[in-house]
Design a protein. Structure first.
Length: 231
């Protein structure tokens, strides 16, 4: 049994992995017996150092833990960054997870959360770079904090339409910005599949309504799992 942890900017997700099966868990609810069954912990974190320390404090001192970082190459995949470690490890793990699920295919890998990240991967495993933009809810928060008399709205699942109030206009504008960027990314380079993950991944998939757009909620965990017993 292995413990896989994806620590983002806004939340931490964890699962237990055994023989190809991912089981969601809450760290604070794991029992002493559970901890004894875990061979190793693998962590991908983009959180601040203080948050990483808080996470470390939740783990038994006896547990072998590996904090993963982005590298120049892994599992036949090449990182395009001149300083590979500067690529967010969440993006790197999503790329590695997508490559494992859809090998030898040209992919656009999208993680839609606090930020929306988009990364292109060629069929021969070369990362071509990516884009980063504010996520749907982040865009609304930024505008609300910088503008008087503007309020954020809950995310609606209906297709894009003009907003008939300032609140609705902000929400629709955020949707338009993200969906427009995704559509531009799809057109920019030849790809066979779009692989989505993140909290707003299902929303983007629904809005695009394209059979080549696939949702993989555990994409980063697939990337983490590739490092099991690999040093």
């Amino acid at each position: 049994m292995h413990l896989l942890i994806d620590q983002g900017n806004s939340r931490t997700k964890a699962c237990l992995y055994k023989e190809g099966v991912f089981t969601d868990v809450v760290l604070s609810e794991l029992t002493p017996t559970d901890w004894l069954s875990i061979k190793q912990g693998l962590i991908g974190s983009v959180a601040a150092a203080e948050q990483q320390q808080q996470l470390q404090s939740l783990l038994p001192a006896s547990l072998a833990v590996r904090w993963l970082r982005s590298t120049a190459q892994a599992f036949g995949i090449s990182n395009s960054y001149q300083q590979p470690e500067k690529l967010g490890v969440d993006r790197w793990l999503a790329i590695l997870g997508a490559a494992a699920l859809y090998p030898n295919q040209s992919l656009l890998v999208i993680d839609a959360g606090t930020a929306v990240t988009m990364d292109w991967l060629s069929a021969d495993g070369v990362h071509a770079g990516g884009w980063i933009l504010a996520g749907l809810h982040t865009q609304q928060r930024i505008l609300v904090s910088a503008t008087a008399q503007v309020e954020a709205a809950a995310l609606s699942l209906h297709p894009l339409q003009p907003g008939t109030s300032t609140t609705a206009a902000v929400a629709e504008g955020a949707k338009a910005a993200v969906l427009g960027a995704v559509q531009q990314a799809i057109q920019l380079r030849r790809i066979e599949r779009v692989v989505l993950t993140g909290g707003d991944g299902a929303f983007i998939q629904q809005q695009l309504n394209n059979n080549a757009v696939l949702l993989e909620p555990k994409l980063i965990f697939y990337g983490l799992a590739r490092f099991i017993d690999n040093n």
